[in-house]
Design a protein around this ligand. Sequence first.
Ligand SMILES: Cc1cc2nc3c(=O)[nH]c(=O)nc-3n(C[C@H](O)[C@H](O)[C@H](O)COP(=O)(O)OP(=O)(O)OC[C@H]3O[C@@H](n4cnc5c(N)ncnc54)[C@H](O)[C@@H]3O)c2cc1C
Ligand code: SF4
Length: 339
Amino acid sequence: MSLPKFDYQAPQTLDEAVLLLSKAKKDAKVIAGGTDLVVAMKQRRITPALVVNIKGIKGLEYIKNGKGELRIGALTPLSSIEESELIREKFPALAKAAGAVGAPQHRNAGTIGGNICLNTRCWYYNQSPFFRKCRPVCYKFGSDKDKCQLFPTREGKANVCYSVFSGDTAPALIALGAKIKIKGPEGEKTIPLTELYTGDGKRPIALAPADIVTEVTVPSPPENSSSAYMKYRVREAIDFPLLGVAVSIALDAGSGTCKNASVVLGAVASRPVEVTEAEKILKGKKITEDLIEQVGEAAFKAAKPLANLLECSPQYRKRLAKVFTKRAIKSALEIIKSA
Ligand SMILES: Cc1cc2nc3c(=O)[nH]c(=O)nc-3n(C[C@H](O)[C@H](O)[C@H](O)COP(=O)(O)OP(=O)(O)OC[C@H]3O[C@@H](n4cnc5c(N)ncnc54)[C@H](O)[C@@H]3O)c2cc1C
Ligand code: SF4
Protein backbone atom coordinates (compact mmCIF):
# COMPACT_ATOMS: atom_id res chain seq x y z
CA MET A 1 0.00 0.00 0.00
CA SER A 2 1.44 3.37 -0.97
CA LEU A 3 1.70 6.49 1.17
CA PRO A 4 -0.42 9.57 0.46
CA LYS A 5 1.38 12.71 -0.67
CA PHE A 6 2.84 14.92 2.09
CA ASP A 7 5.54 17.52 2.68
CA TYR A 8 8.51 16.34 4.70
CA GLN A 9 10.89 18.16 7.05
CA ALA A 10 13.76 16.76 9.11
CA PRO A 11 14.77 19.51 11.56
CA GLN A 12 18.05 19.20 13.45
CA THR A 13 16.93 20.99 16.63
CA LEU A 14 13.90 20.87 18.91
CA ASP A 15 13.23 24.61 18.49
CA GLU A 16 13.16 24.20 14.72
CA ALA A 17 10.78 21.22 15.03
CA VAL A 18 8.40 23.12 17.34
CA LEU A 19 8.43 26.11 14.96
CA LEU A 20 7.59 23.94 11.95
CA LEU A 21 4.73 22.31 13.85
CA SER A 22 3.36 25.61 15.18
CA LYS A 23 3.27 27.11 11.70
CA ALA A 24 1.47 24.07 10.27
CA LYS A 25 -0.85 23.54 13.29
CA LYS A 26 -3.22 20.55 12.90
CA ASP A 27 -2.01 19.55 9.44
CA ALA A 28 1.38 18.36 10.69
CA LYS A 29 2.44 15.17 12.41
CA VAL A 30 5.60 14.27 14.30
CA ILE A 31 7.24 11.04 13.20
CA ALA A 32 9.81 9.18 15.32
CA GLY A 33 10.25 5.45 14.57
CA GLY A 34 7.24 5.61 12.23
CA THR A 35 6.09 2.07 13.11
CA ASP A 36 2.59 3.29 13.96
CA LEU A 37 2.24 6.51 11.97
CA VAL A 38 3.30 5.01 8.62
CA VAL A 39 0.65 2.29 8.93
CA ALA A 40 -2.00 4.93 9.77
CA MET A 41 -0.92 7.01 6.76
CA LYS A 42 -0.93 4.03 4.39
CA GLN A 43 -4.45 3.20 5.52
CA ARG A 44 -5.39 6.89 4.99
CA ARG A 45 -6.62 7.11 8.59
CA ILE A 46 -4.22 10.02 9.10
CA THR A 47 -3.23 12.14 6.11
CA PRO A 48 -1.03 15.00 7.36
CA ALA A 49 0.01 17.75 4.95
CA LEU A 50 3.41 17.86 6.68
CA VAL A 51 5.44 15.15 8.41
CA VAL A 52 8.15 16.38 10.79
CA ASN A 53 10.80 13.73 11.38
CA ILE A 54 12.41 14.28 14.79
CA LYS A 55 14.82 11.33 14.56
CA GLY A 56 17.68 13.58 13.46
CA ILE A 57 17.50 15.76 16.59
CA LYS A 58 20.58 15.04 18.67
CA GLY A 59 20.46 14.39 22.41
CA LEU A 60 17.04 12.72 22.67
CA GLU A 61 18.30 9.11 22.77
CA TYR A 62 19.64 8.11 26.18
CA ILE A 63 19.04 6.11 29.36
CA LYS A 64 20.52 7.90 32.39
CA ASN A 65 20.48 7.00 36.04
CA GLY A 66 20.10 10.52 37.44
CA LYS A 67 19.75 11.82 40.99
CA GLY A 68 16.86 9.84 42.41
CA GLU A 69 15.38 9.16 38.99
CA LEU A 70 15.76 7.29 35.74
CA ARG A 71 15.74 9.54 32.66
CA ILE A 72 14.93 8.20 29.21
CA GLY A 73 15.15 10.37 26.09
CA ALA A 74 12.00 10.27 23.92
CA LEU A 75 13.88 8.88 20.91
CA THR A 76 15.30 5.91 22.82
CA PRO A 77 14.40 2.69 20.98
CA LEU A 78 12.27 0.19 22.90
CA SER A 79 14.93 -2.49 22.31
CA SER A 80 17.49 -0.39 24.29
CA ILE A 81 15.02 -0.17 27.19
CA GLU A 82 14.29 -3.90 27.02
CA GLU A 83 18.02 -4.70 27.06
CA SER A 84 19.20 -2.14 29.63
CA GLU A 85 20.68 -3.93 32.65
CA LEU A 86 19.74 -0.98 34.86
CA ILE A 87 16.09 -1.05 33.78
CA ARG A 88 15.87 -4.85 33.97
CA GLU A 89 17.15 -4.80 37.53
CA LYS A 90 15.43 -1.72 38.98
CA PHE A 91 12.33 -1.32 36.79
CA PRO A 92 11.47 -4.87 35.63
CA ALA A 93 7.89 -3.92 34.63
CA LEU A 94 9.22 -1.35 32.17
CA ALA A 95 11.83 -3.71 30.66
CA LYS A 96 9.17 -6.40 30.30
CA ALA A 97 6.62 -4.02 28.74
CA ALA A 98 9.14 -2.58 26.26
CA GLY A 99 10.21 -6.13 25.35
CA ALA A 100 6.58 -7.13 24.77
CA VAL A 101 5.89 -4.49 22.09
CA GLY A 102 5.24 -5.96 18.63
CA ALA A 103 8.18 -7.82 17.06
CA PRO A 104 11.95 -7.11 17.26
CA GLN A 105 11.75 -4.82 14.20
CA HIS A 106 9.12 -2.64 15.91
CA ARG A 107 11.24 -2.46 19.05
CA ASN A 108 14.40 -1.54 17.13
CA ALA A 109 12.71 1.25 15.19
CA GLY A 110 9.94 2.22 17.64
CA THR A 111 10.72 4.79 20.33
CA ILE A 112 9.47 5.25 23.88
CA GLY A 113 8.04 8.68 22.88
CA GLY A 114 6.05 7.12 20.03
CA ASN A 115 4.90 4.28 22.24
CA ILE A 116 3.37 6.51 24.90
CA CYS A 117 1.80 8.79 22.24
CA LEU A 118 0.11 5.92 20.39
CA ASN A 119 -3.31 6.46 18.88
CA THR A 120 -6.16 4.29 20.20
CA ARG A 121 -7.36 1.22 18.29
CA CYS A 122 -10.70 -0.33 17.29
CA TRP A 123 -11.39 -3.08 14.73
CA TYR A 124 -13.84 -0.83 12.91
CA TYR A 125 -11.41 2.08 12.60
CA ASN A 126 -8.04 0.35 12.03
CA GLN A 127 -8.94 -0.75 8.54
CA SER A 128 -8.04 -0.17 4.90
CA PRO A 129 -9.72 2.45 2.68
CA PHE A 130 -11.43 -0.47 0.86
CA PHE A 131 -13.09 -1.64 4.11
CA ARG A 132 -14.16 1.91 4.89
CA LYS A 133 -15.68 2.39 1.43
CA CYS A 134 -18.13 -0.45 2.15
CA ARG A 135 -19.25 0.75 5.58
CA PRO A 136 -20.65 3.96 7.08
CA VAL A 137 -18.00 6.31 8.41
CA CYS A 138 -17.59 6.21 12.20
CA TYR A 139 -17.37 9.12 14.64
CA LYS A 140 -13.60 8.74 15.15
CA PHE A 141 -12.78 8.79 11.45
CA GLY A 142 -15.49 11.22 10.41
CA SER A 143 -16.82 14.50 11.75
CA ASP A 144 -18.18 15.11 15.25
CA LYS A 145 -21.69 14.61 13.82
CA ASP A 146 -21.00 11.03 12.62
CA LYS A 147 -22.06 8.18 14.94
CA CYS A 148 -19.90 5.54 16.56
CA GLN A 149 -20.81 2.48 14.45
CA LEU A 150 -20.22 -0.08 17.21
CA PHE A 151 -21.77 1.59 20.24
CA PRO A 152 -24.09 4.35 18.95
CA THR A 153 -25.25 6.81 21.56
CA ARG A 154 -28.90 7.65 22.08
CA GLU A 155 -30.49 10.64 20.31
CA GLY A 156 -29.59 13.92 21.97
CA LYS A 157 -26.51 12.48 23.77
CA ALA A 158 -22.96 13.49 22.91
CA ASN A 159 -21.04 11.06 20.71
CA VAL A 160 -18.40 8.88 22.37
CA CYS A 161 -15.53 6.87 20.88
CA TYR A 162 -14.47 3.86 22.94
CA SER A 163 -11.37 2.89 20.90
CA VAL A 164 -8.71 1.26 23.05
CA PHE A 165 -5.33 2.56 24.21
CA SER A 166 -3.06 -0.40 23.44
CA GLY A 167 0.44 0.86 24.25
CA ASP A 168 2.46 -1.53 26.42
CA THR A 169 4.85 0.77 28.24
CA ALA A 170 2.34 3.37 29.52
CA PRO A 171 0.70 1.12 32.18
CA ALA A 172 4.15 0.09 33.45
CA LEU A 173 5.39 3.68 33.50
CA ILE A 174 2.27 4.96 35.29
CA ALA A 175 2.57 2.17 37.90
CA LEU A 176 6.16 3.33 38.45
CA GLY A 177 5.09 6.98 38.88
CA ALA A 178 6.56 8.31 35.61
CA LYS A 179 6.49 11.92 34.44
CA ILE A 180 7.11 13.32 30.96
CA LYS A 181 8.76 16.48 29.68
CA ILE A 182 6.99 18.30 26.87
CA LYS A 183 8.46 21.02 24.69
CA GLY A 184 6.03 23.35 22.95
CA PRO A 185 5.77 26.90 21.60
CA GLU A 186 5.35 28.24 25.18
CA GLY A 187 8.45 26.46 26.48
CA GLU A 188 8.97 23.30 28.49
CA LYS A 189 6.71 21.66 31.08
CA THR A 190 6.69 18.43 33.07
CA ILE A 191 3.48 16.51 33.78
CA PRO A 192 2.65 13.13 35.32
CA LEU A 193 2.35 10.62 32.45
CA THR A 194 -1.19 9.77 33.52
CA GLU A 195 -2.23 13.32 32.49
CA LEU A 196 -1.19 12.63 28.89
CA TYR A 197 -4.29 10.47 28.45
CA THR A 198 -7.70 12.08 27.97
CA GLY A 199 -9.78 8.89 28.05
CA ASP A 200 -11.51 10.10 24.86
CA GLY A 201 -10.95 7.53 22.09
CA LYS A 202 -11.25 10.16 19.35
CA ARG A 203 -8.65 12.50 20.84
CA PRO A 204 -6.73 10.26 23.25
CA ILE A 205 -3.47 12.19 23.69
CA ALA A 206 -3.48 15.55 25.52
CA LEU A 207 -0.81 17.24 23.41
CA ALA A 208 -1.22 20.51 21.53
CA PRO A 209 -0.39 20.30 17.79
CA ALA A 210 3.14 21.68 18.25
CA ASP A 211 4.01 19.78 21.46
CA ILE A 212 6.84 17.24 21.45
CA VAL A 213 7.55 14.76 24.26
CA THR A 214 11.28 14.99 24.97
CA GLU A 215 11.88 12.85 28.06
CA VAL A 216 10.35 10.26 30.37
CA THR A 217 11.46 10.25 34.03
CA VAL A 218 10.79 7.53 36.58
CA PRO A 219 11.57 7.96 40.31
CA SER A 220 14.21 5.52 41.60
CA PRO A 221 12.45 2.67 43.34
CA PRO A 222 12.76 2.47 47.14
CA GLU A 223 14.57 -0.43 48.84
CA ASN A 224 12.52 -3.60 49.07
CA SER A 225 10.39 -2.87 46.04
CA SER A 226 9.80 -4.33 42.63
CA SER A 227 7.41 -4.34 39.69
CA ALA A 228 5.99 -6.66 37.06
CA TYR A 229 4.15 -6.47 33.72
CA MET A 230 1.97 -9.16 32.17
CA LYS A 231 0.46 -9.05 28.71
CA TYR A 232 -2.15 -11.15 26.94
CA ARG A 233 -2.15 -11.38 23.14
CA VAL A 234 -3.02 -14.11 20.69
CA ARG A 235 0.21 -14.18 18.63
CA GLU A 236 3.04 -13.92 21.17
CA ALA A 237 5.49 -12.88 18.46
CA ILE A 238 3.83 -9.66 17.30
CA ASP A 239 0.40 -8.59 18.55
CA PHE A 240 -0.83 -5.51 20.40
CA PRO A 241 -2.09 -6.33 23.92
CA LEU A 242 -5.65 -7.55 24.47
CA LEU A 243 -4.84 -6.92 28.12
CA GLY A 244 -1.82 -5.51 29.93
CA VAL A 245 -1.35 -5.45 33.72
CA ALA A 246 1.42 -3.50 35.46
CA VAL A 247 2.09 -3.76 39.17
CA SER A 248 4.58 -1.95 41.41
CA ILE A 249 4.99 -2.79 45.10
CA ALA A 250 7.20 -1.51 47.93
CA LEU A 251 7.46 -3.28 51.30
CA ASP A 252 8.66 -1.92 54.63
CA ALA A 253 12.11 -3.43 55.27
CA GLY A 254 11.45 -4.01 58.98
CA SER A 255 7.82 -5.12 59.26
CA GLY A 256 7.41 -6.48 55.71
CA THR A 257 4.09 -4.63 55.37
CA CYS A 258 3.13 -2.89 52.14
CA LYS A 259 4.34 0.72 51.89
CA ASN A 260 3.07 1.46 48.37
CA ALA A 261 1.22 -0.46 45.70
CA SER A 262 0.07 0.47 42.24
CA VAL A 263 -1.86 -1.57 39.69
CA VAL A 264 -2.51 -0.21 36.19
CA LEU A 265 -4.44 -1.95 33.41
CA GLY A 266 -3.83 -1.51 29.68
CA ALA A 267 -6.05 -2.27 26.66
CA VAL A 268 -9.33 -2.20 28.59
CA ALA A 269 -10.34 1.43 27.91
CA SER A 270 -9.35 4.52 25.90
CA ARG A 271 -6.60 5.24 28.46
CA PRO A 272 -4.55 3.20 30.95
CA VAL A 273 -6.78 2.43 33.97
CA GLU A 274 -5.38 2.89 37.47
CA VAL A 275 -6.89 0.45 39.97
CA THR A 276 -6.98 2.93 42.83
CA GLU A 277 -8.50 0.39 45.24
CA ALA A 278 -5.26 -1.66 45.12
CA GLU A 279 -3.29 0.68 47.37
CA LYS A 280 -6.23 1.06 49.77
CA ILE A 281 -6.43 -2.73 50.12
CA LEU A 282 -2.70 -3.38 50.56
CA LYS A 283 -1.14 -0.33 52.22
CA GLY A 284 0.06 -0.87 55.78
CA LYS A 285 -0.73 -4.60 55.73
CA LYS A 286 1.19 -7.82 55.26
CA ILE A 287 0.31 -9.03 51.76
CA THR A 288 -1.62 -12.29 52.08
CA GLU A 289 -3.37 -14.57 49.55
CA ASP A 290 -6.67 -13.10 50.72
CA LEU A 291 -5.55 -9.49 50.07
CA ILE A 292 -4.16 -10.46 46.65
CA GLU A 293 -7.56 -11.98 45.86
CA GLN A 294 -9.24 -8.70 46.88
CA VAL A 295 -6.93 -6.67 44.61
CA GLY A 296 -7.70 -9.11 41.76
CA GLU A 297 -11.39 -8.48 42.38
CA ALA A 298 -10.79 -4.69 42.32
CA ALA A 299 -8.98 -5.04 38.96
CA PHE A 300 -11.92 -7.09 37.65
CA LYS A 301 -14.30 -4.27 38.60
CA ALA A 302 -12.08 -1.54 37.17
CA ALA A 303 -11.62 -3.29 33.80
CA LYS A 304 -14.45 -2.43 31.44
CA PRO A 305 -13.38 -3.77 28.04
CA LEU A 306 -15.80 -3.62 25.11
CA ALA A 307 -16.19 -5.70 21.97
CA ASN A 308 -14.02 -3.48 19.76
CA LEU A 309 -10.84 -5.57 19.69
CA LEU A 310 -10.92 -8.81 17.70
CA GLU A 311 -9.76 -12.28 18.78
CA CYS A 312 -11.04 -12.32 22.35
CA SER A 313 -14.32 -11.50 24.09
CA PRO A 314 -14.51 -8.55 26.52
CA GLN A 315 -15.80 -10.97 29.18
CA TYR A 316 -12.64 -13.04 28.86
CA ARG A 317 -10.40 -9.95 29.02
CA LYS A 318 -12.24 -8.76 32.13
CA ARG A 319 -11.80 -12.11 33.88
CA LEU A 320 -8.17 -12.18 32.80
CA ALA A 321 -7.60 -8.77 34.43
CA LYS A 322 -8.19 -10.46 37.79
CA VAL A 323 -5.98 -13.47 37.04
CA PHE A 324 -3.10 -11.42 35.63
CA THR A 325 -3.26 -8.88 38.47
CA LYS A 326 -2.87 -11.65 41.04
CA ARG A 327 -0.01 -13.23 39.07
CA ALA A 328 1.75 -9.88 38.59
CA ILE A 329 1.57 -9.09 42.34
CA LYS A 330 3.02 -12.51 43.15
CA SER A 331 5.74 -12.06 40.56
CA ALA A 332 6.77 -8.65 42.02
CA LEU A 333 6.78 -10.15 45.54
CA GLU A 334 8.96 -13.05 44.35
CA ILE A 335 11.53 -10.59 42.96
CA ILE A 336 11.61 -8.69 46.29
CA LYS A 337 12.07 -11.96 48.22
CA SER A 338 14.87 -13.19 45.98
CA ALA A 339 16.83 -9.90 46.07
C1 LIG B 1 2.34 -5.08 13.49
C2 LIG B 1 2.48 -4.10 14.61
C3 LIG B 1 2.45 -4.57 15.91
C4 LIG B 1 2.57 -3.67 16.98
N1 LIG B 1 2.49 -4.16 18.24
C5 LIG B 1 2.55 -3.30 19.30
C6 LIG B 1 2.44 -3.79 20.63
O1 LIG B 1 2.36 -4.99 20.86
N2 LIG B 1 2.47 -2.90 21.65
C7 LIG B 1 2.60 -1.56 21.42
O2 LIG B 1 2.65 -0.79 22.40
N3 LIG B 1 2.73 -1.05 20.18
C8 LIG B 1 2.71 -1.90 19.10
N4 LIG B 1 2.82 -1.40 17.82
C9 LIG B 1 2.86 0.04 17.59
C10 LIG B 1 4.27 0.67 17.49
O3 LIG B 1 5.16 -0.18 16.79
C11 LIG B 1 4.89 0.97 18.85
O4 LIG B 1 3.91 1.49 19.71
C12 LIG B 1 6.05 1.97 18.76
O5 LIG B 1 6.63 2.13 20.02
C13 LIG B 1 5.65 3.35 18.25
O6 LIG B 1 6.80 4.17 18.32
P1 LIG B 1 7.32 4.97 17.05
O7 LIG B 1 8.54 5.72 17.45
O8 LIG B 1 7.47 4.05 15.88
O9 LIG B 1 6.09 5.94 16.82
P2 LIG B 1 5.57 6.75 15.49
O10 LIG B 1 4.91 5.76 14.60
O11 LIG B 1 6.72 7.50 14.94
O12 LIG B 1 4.57 7.70 16.17
C14 LIG B 1 3.41 7.23 16.84
C15 LIG B 1 2.57 8.43 17.29
O13 LIG B 1 3.26 9.16 18.30
C16 LIG B 1 3.52 10.50 17.89
N5 LIG B 1 4.87 10.79 18.39
C17 LIG B 1 5.99 10.04 18.22
N6 LIG B 1 7.01 10.54 18.95
C18 LIG B 1 6.53 11.64 19.57
C19 LIG B 1 7.11 12.59 20.46
N7 LIG B 1 8.37 12.50 20.88
N8 LIG B 1 6.33 13.60 20.90
C20 LIG B 1 5.03 13.70 20.51
N9 LIG B 1 4.43 12.82 19.69
C21 LIG B 1 5.17 11.80 19.23
C22 LIG B 1 3.38 10.50 16.38
O14 LIG B 1 2.98 11.76 15.89
C23 LIG B 1 2.31 9.45 16.18
O15 LIG B 1 1.04 10.00 16.39
C24 LIG B 1 2.74 -2.28 16.72
C25 LIG B 1 2.80 -1.82 15.40
C26 LIG B 1 2.66 -2.71 14.36
C27 LIG B 1 2.72 -2.20 12.95
S1 SF4 C 1 -15.37 2.91 19.12
FE1 SF4 C 1 -16.89 3.66 17.62
S2 SF4 C 1 -16.22 5.76 17.09
FE2 SF4 C 1 -14.52 4.73 18.10
S3 SF4 C 1 -13.28 3.91 16.43
FE3 SF4 C 1 -14.67 2.29 17.08
S4 SF4 C 1 -16.49 2.49 15.76
FE4 SF4 C 1 -15.32 4.37 15.59
